[in-house]
Structure formats: structure tokens, C-alpha cells
Design a protein around this ligand. Structure first.
Ligand code: XUL
Ligand code: CO
Length: 441
């Protein structure tokens, strides 16, 4: 295959193709067949898989107890623009070989932040020009862009919720540039993850004032992007904690309420992440159900947590039951609103070969494909749907139907209760539902 840059970074690895589940080739998809139609759409259309710039091309495995272990050859150039160009070469080589259509970035994943705001602005504009060329050459598209308003020490007390107005304004300036970059690169969506929008202690925090500031700030960002012709979705990515003790975008339910409260519900949807769901003591399926119930199931950040220690470990997904259950909700919701499936996941610190990141993505992509195929079979061939429907059948006709149609008042419920007397118990049949999932996996 043709190489996008001048240098090959992932040597000896060619394009990853579908070979089916009997293949023993570790560099092939066993389930992901991009052109296979499932539930009326190709897998490629359903998923819009994306590679996350930050984990795959920036994060080198540093943890609180030791430095990075993966020394990326594209980090060698000392000049910021040369290094950013080398990183973009590596990124587009990887994405193209993997055969996915999208990528996602934070502004300063693309290029190192400058010493001044003006220098950063120049750098962003230089890398945007480079990426425009790379996208045109490869056909790879931008699923979403975002701004990193949480790493720099200036944001230690928050960005749009910072008690210092000048920090809020600085975040506004930075996000304007990230929105401009996203628009220039035809980004389909824009994400807000409020990494430090929350508190460490309520003792020094005016919670109501901070929430009002965040609501106003997001409305201003939306209005600016719309004025520049941005037609895509804005996504909020819930997470309950880490790095803050409490994050305002705690979970789907909290964010839906917030969006409605601040008049953002028509432009914003949710970008949900598996490990963030786990941190909030929810399943991903729960988070997706809540978002879908409000028409806000926008996009997914794919990964998994560690079920023993509960941290945000951002491991690549590989739990077939978890993904199948998520895919049931995904199909029932009619898919995602504008978004896709972004691998917000990182290889382990001791995975140090250049091919490890391929195995990670191949496995993640395959588990989604297998989950989707299984979920579709469950919905179309098993008794799952009819069993669920049956549980609610008392609302289909008669007095239950009248209730749903708003034809009863509270006194009517009293009359019905009196007339019915004691009721038979109706089983929830949970174990049967669980067996159906297992049978189709
Ligand atoms: C952090 C996280 C972020 C967002 C984008 O937990 O998920 O990488 O996805 O800022
Ligand atoms: Co994420």
C-alpha cells in the first residue's frame, strides 16, 4: 500500500483486512467486515470507528510511579512543528493501515502547546494545514475535535467553572481556536469533557455559580461555532470523578438535566464512555439507555475499566457480554446521533512493541462487530423483544391503555385498585433474559 508520509513507522504491518473467525492471522479482523450489512446498514456506517490521537500517538505509558515506556520515534524532532508533522505521518499511517475512517483529537495532542497564547495559535494553524493535506490524501475524516482545558496548571481550579474570570476567558480563547480547527478540518462533532469542571472541596466552592458559568459558557461556544457555519453536534462527555473529587457532568442523567436547564438540549448530545459509566457505578448500557430515552445518544468512547479495582484504566474493550448488551441498546435507539465509536483506550505500560497498538485496536473493533451481530440476532430471532413487550402488555389496551393516553385521573386508579383486590405476582424473568443473551453469544 502507498505510504502517506515519507517514513514507515509501523514496519512490517500491512493493511488489516477481514478474514473471518477461522483465520489465525493476528493482523486480520475476525468479525469486522466493513461492508457487511447488519440491521440495514454496513458495519462501517454503524460504527464510524475512530482512533484517539492522545492515547495512541501521545501517551507513552507514564503512570504516577514511573515514566513512559514507549519511546515513539515520531517524538524525535526537537522543533514543535517538525515533531507534530512526524506524529501526523505516524497517525495517518496507523489509521490507514487499520482501515478505519476517523480520528479524534485534543488541540495539544496535535502539537505541543506554545509558551504564549499567540505562539499556540500559530502552531495550531500550522498543524491544521498539514492535517488538511493528510485527510485529503487518505480519505480519513475527523469524528470530533476538543480542547485540552485540564492538563495545564492554569486550569487546576477548572476552566469554565474556574473562580477566576481570567482563567475562564483563557479557556474561551483556547476553545475558540479548537472550534476553528475542527471546522477547518470538517469535523463532524465537537466534544466537551469537563475534566476539571467540578470540585475538590465544597468548602471553597460556590456550586450554583459554577454551574451557571458552565451553562453560559457552553451556550456562548455553541453560538460562536454556529456563527462560523458549524452544523455538527456538540457532545458532553460525562464522568463522575477523576481528576476532581466530583465532576459536574457526573453521568447521563445529570447531563441531560443540565442541558435542559441551560437551554442547550437542541444542540448538545452525549458522548458516553464505558469506563466513565463504571466509575459512576453504572453499566454502559444504563448510560446509553438514559441518553437514548432523551434522544441524546450521540457518540461512544470505547474502552473498559478494571472490574476489581474500579479505576479509569482505559483498557481496550474485550468483554463480549458488556458489548452485546450495549449493542442491544444501540440498535434499539436506531444508532448514534452524529457520532461514532472512538477508542479512548490505551495499551498497558508493559506493552512496548510497535505492533501492540494494532492488536489492541483489532481486538476492540472485532468485539464491537461481534457484539453488533449478536445483538441483531437477539433482537430479530429470539424471544427477547416479545418477552419484554409482554411485561408491559397490560398497558396496551383497556384501563392501562387509557392510563397511557391520559384518560384516567387519580381517583380512577383508586376505583380500579378497589375493584381488583389482591393481585397475582408477575415474574420479571431476569434469569431467562440472561440466558437468551448467553445463548446468542
Ligand atoms: C478522560 C477522557 C477524555 C475525553 C476527551 O477520561 O475520556 O480523553 O474523551 O477529553
Ligand atoms: Co473519553
Amino acid at each position: 500500500m502507498a505510504l502517506i508520509g515519507d517514513k514507515e513507522y509501523f514496519k512490517g504491518i500491512g493493511e488489516i483486512k477481514f478474514e473471518g473467525k477461522d483465520s489465525d492471522n493476528p493482523f486480520a479482523y475476525k468479525y469486522y467486515n466493513p461492508d457487511q450489512v447488519v440491521a440495514g446498514k454496513t458495519m462501517r456506517e454503524h460504527f464510524k470507528f475512530a482512533v484517539a490521537y492522545w492515547h495512541t500517538f501521545c501517551g507513552q505509558g507514564a503512570d504516577p510511579f514511573g515514566p513512559g515506556t514507549q519511546n515513539f520515534p515520531w517524538d524525535e524532532p526537537s522543533d514543535a512543528i517538525d515533531a507534530a508533522k512526524a506524529k501526523a505521518d505516524a497517525a495517518f499511517e496507523f489509521i490507514t493501515k487499520l482501515g478505519v475512517d476517523y480520528y479524534c483529537f485534543h488541540d495539544f495532542d496535535l502539537i505541543q502547546e506554545g509558551a504564549t497564547f499567540t505562539e499556540s495559535e500559530k502552531r495550531i494553524s500550522a498543524i491544521v494545514d498539514i492535517l488538511k493535506g493528510k485527510q485529503a490524501e487518505s480519505g480519513v475524516k475527523l469524528l470530533w475535535g476538543t480542547a485540552n482545558c485540564f492538563s495545564n496548571p492554569r486550569y487546576m481550579n477548572g476552566a469554565s467553572t474556574n473562580p477566576d474570570f481570567n482563567v475562564l476567558a483563557r479557556a474561551g480563547g483556547q476553545i475558540k481556536l479548537a472550534l476553528d480547527a475542527t471546522i477547518a478540518l470538517n469535523g463532524e462533532n465537537y466534544v466537551f469533557w469537563g475534566g476539571r469542571e467540578g470540585y475538590m472541596s465544597l468548602l471553597n466552592t460556590d456550586l450554583k455559580r459554577e454551574l451557571d458559568h458552565m451553562g453560559r459558557f457552553l451556550g456562548m461556544a455553541r453560538d460562536y461555532a454556529r456563527s462560523q457555519g458549524f452544523k455538527g453536534n456538540f457532545f458532553i462527555e460525562p464522568k463522575p470523578m477523576e481528576p476532581m473529587k466530583h465532576q459536574y457532568d457526573f453521568d447521563s442523567a445529570t447531563v441531560v438535566g443540565f442541558l435542559n436547564q441551560y437551554g442547550l438540549q437542541d444542540d448538545f448530545k452525549l458522548n458516553l464512555e464505558f469506563n466513565h459509566a463504571t466509575l459512576a457505578s453504572h453499566t454502559m448500557q444504563h448510560e446509553m439507555e438514559v441518553a437514548a430515552a432523551h434522544g441524546m445518544l450521540g457518540s461512544l468512547d470505547a474502552n473498559r475499566g478494571d472490574y476489581q479495582n474500579g479505576w479509569d484504566t482505559d483498557q481496550f474493550p474485550n468483554n463480549i457480554t458488556e458489548i452485546t448488551e450495549a449493542m442491544i441498546t444501540f440498535l434499539q435507539a436506531g444508532g448514534l446521533q452524529g457520532g461514532g465509536v472512538n477508542f479512548d483506550a490505551k495499551i498497558r505500560r508493559n506493552s512496548t512493541d510497535m505492533d501492540d497498538v494494532f492488536h489492541a485496536h483489532i481486538g476492540g473493533i472485532d468485539i464491537f462487530a461481534r457484539g453488533l451481530i449478536t445483538a441483531d440476532k437477539i433482537l430479530t430471532s429470539s424471544s427477547y423483544e416479545s418477552l419484554r413487550k409482554k411485561r408491559y402488555s397490560s398497558f396496551d389496551t383497556g384501563k392501562g391503555g387509557d392510563f397511557e393516553n391520559g384518560k384516567l385521573d387519580f381517583k380512577d386508579l383508586y376505583e380500579i385498585a378497589k375493584e381488583n383486590g389482591e393481585l397475582d405476582l408477575q415474574s420479571g424473568k431476569q434469569e431467562l433474559f440472561e440466558n437468551i443473551i448467553n445463548q446468542y453469544i
